[in-house]
Design a protein around this ligand. Structure first.
Ligand SMILES: Cc1cc2nc3c(=O)[nH]c(=O)nc-3n(C[C@H](O)[C@H](O)[C@H](O)COP(=O)(O)OP(=O)(O)OC[C@H]3O[C@@H](n4cnc5c(N)ncnc54)[C@H](O)[C@@H]3O)c2cc1C
Length: 535
């Protein structure tokens, strides 16, 4: 198979145009092109005055590959297709004596369990929340009726934190062993649209994610794994620096010397238990800020110009960074085109926001986090749990500012820049449910963060015209951008001071999104398998 890159076609090209372009590019006859598939499709919207084109990379099977390869020997955009197959590190013996445990069934735990199951290790998954259908009802309970279930919500339950999300699948991780490709291929097998394998910025959307999570659960069970919901791990069983098992909230104990800990960033009670048990952890940087909402049409126009609204391009996204004069960095985080702002607390008496979209991305507003980076050295020097304590303090204050009923505090961008409280909404209807209370957001974050965001808004407007429009809405607050701590691991992926504990994913500080959490799950599953096989 050969790969051709940089094949350019107009946005509105006919289906058969790609085949014709390949034949033409290679100077071969149509019947010599036996087969082809798209490896990547992107477009570059940065040059506003040139025609917007799709740029393809395609894998082709030809009748006479060797001849073509020789003819194009000096062509950098044509060569043999690299082998991208994922390979397991080993297979379990037919009799598995010690079954590994996986704590948490978010993307990291799902992929750890799936790959362990595919290798034959029959893992047992322990998830504090409920299965995804029931969890969806509980999550809507907060959004519709302001009723929170602390163990079944937008953060906790089957599928983990990314289940009610935009399902963006981009990541900047290096992928020499094709773990990222494995995640995407498994997602497609479970029901994701096939285009996630080749579009530049793939996304899945909330509705499809729910069904996919169920399908992946079924596969793990079919391979001999077990998944136990409403099974919260509340303690560790240890002996001489070696983990022996875990204890559940019910008091039940499960023995295993291999435990993958894929908790996500919101399991504050479990982090505290681990700290009390002496598991090594350290505070790490994260970010705080607001969600910002604009009409999607403003973003489309600024990003795509005359191509705004083109059905092949969908709703436009953006990525922004600004270095403020007080030394802080402000950036856009988890941008959700055509989506909604969601209530994302897992704890009573706290307010925190995030964003989600459906696959169609056709809601009226675009939203993203508008956040400022903070660090333990500068902002919360009090030890491994100090970041959590800061998050809790800010989220509790936001709850009070919003009216103590899970409404979020909000303000128009024009008023925020002018430093006055908002008293009435303008043209942008905020999407956060159960609702937004109009206030002055200045007291909701430390002064340096408010200052930096105020300075960043007009700067971002120079990149995206309309970004600092008066009526755009800020909704507070965004605090769970990533884990505030790291459960540090050694080269064998085990805790620095507790053998048999394999910290993984976002909560352990080793991932920052669905794709990277899935990849980390696979890497940790491989480490567990190697340890079990004595490799
Ligand atoms: C609303 C929202 C939108 C998002 N949008 C995107 C997006 O579009 N793209 C993207 O890449 N990322 C997105 N993210 C982030 C992404 O969801 C996370 O990075 C990812 O889910 C992390 O995966 P994880 O498996 O490490 O942890 P999680 O997904 O958080 O899963 C951890 C699991 O562990 C369980 N658990 C915790 N403690 C215990 C315990 N003691 N015992 C048993 N189980 C326990 C939890 O219930 C949870 O199910 C979004 C997050 C949210 C909240």
């Amino acid at each position: 198979m050969l790969r051709i890159t940089e094949l350019k076609l107009p946005l509105d090209h006919a289906d058969e145009a790609l085949r014709q372009a390949i034949v033409q590019r290679l100077g071969i006859s149509d019947q010599d092109l036996l087969n082809f598939s798209i490896f990547k499709r992107s477009y570059d919207a940065r040059k506003k005055n040139t025609e917007l084109l799709f740029i393809y990379a395609v894998d082709v099977t030809l009748a006479n590959e060797a001849v073509v390869l020789e003819r194009f020997a000096d062509d950098h955009n044509l060569g043999p297709t690299p082998d991208m197959a994922y390979r397991f590190v080993g297979q379990a013996p037919s009799e598995v004596r010690s079954r590994p445990l996986v704590v948490g069934f978010g993307p990291c735990g799902i992929f750890a369990a799936l790959v362990l199951a595919q290798m034959g290790f029959r893992p047992v998954v322990l998830e504090r929340g409920k299965e995804v259908r029931q969890r969806t009802k509980d999550t809507w309970g907060l959004w519709r009726k302001a009723q929170l279930n602390p163990d079944s919500n937008v953060q906790f339950g089957e599928g983990g934190a990314g289940t009610f999300s935009d399902g963006k699948l981009y990541s900047q991780i290096r992928d020499p062993q094709h773990h990222g490709r494995k995640v995407l291929e498994e997602f497609v097998k479970a029901g994701a649209p096939e285009e996630i394998l080749y579009v530049n910025k793939p996304h899945i959307g909330t509705f499809r994610l729910t069904g996919m999570v169920e399908n992946m659960r079924q596969e793990i069970i079919a391979l001999g794994g077990e998944i136990r919901f409403e099974s919260k791990v509340t303690d560790l069983l240890m002996e001489d620096g070696q983990l022996q098992g875990v204890q559940l909230a019910s008091g039940e104990q499960l023995m295993s010397r291999h435990v993958v800990l894929a908790l996500g960033h919101s399991a504050r009670d479990t982090f505290r238990m681990l700290h009390a048990r002496g598991v090594f952890m350290e505070a790490k940087p994260f970010s705080i800020g607001f969600r910002i909402e604009h009409p999607q049409s403003v973003i489309d126009k600024a990003r795509l110009g005359k191509y705004a609204g083109h059905p092949k391009l969908g709703a436009a996204d953006y990525k922004l960074v600004y270095h403020a004069s007080n030394g802080r960095s402000v950036y856009s985080f988890c941008m959700c085109p055509g989506g909604t702002v969601v209530a994302a607390t897992s704890e009573p008496g706290r307010v925190v926001t995030n964003g989600m979209s459906q696959y169609s991305r056709n809601e009226r507003n675009a939203n993203s986090g508008l956040v400022v980076g903070i660090s333990p050295e500068q902002d919360y020097p009090g030890g491994p749990l100090a970041g959590i304590e800061l998050q809790e303090k800010l989220e509790s204050a936001a709850y009070l500012l919003g009216g103590s009923n899970y409404q979020a505090p909000g303000q128009l961008v024009g008023d925020f820049i002018a430093g006055r409280a908002t008293t009435a909404l303008g043209s942008v209807e905020p999407s956060y449910k159960p609702g937004v209370t109009l206030v002055d957001l200045a007291p909701s974050l430390p002064a340096f963060a408010i200052e930096a965001i105020r300075e960043a808004l007009p700067a971002f407007d120079r990149q995206i015209k309309g970004y600092s429009m008066h009526d755009a809405v800020l909704t507070g607050i965004e605090t769970r951008t990533s884990s505030p701590l790291r459960i540090t691991r050694d080269d064998s992926f085990q805790s620095l001071n507790l053998k048999g504990l394999f910290p993984a994913g976002e909560g352990a500080g080793y991932a920052g999104g669905i794709l990277s959490a899935g990849v980390d799950g696979i890497r940790v599953a491989e480490a567990v398998a190697k340890s079990l096989l004595g490799l």
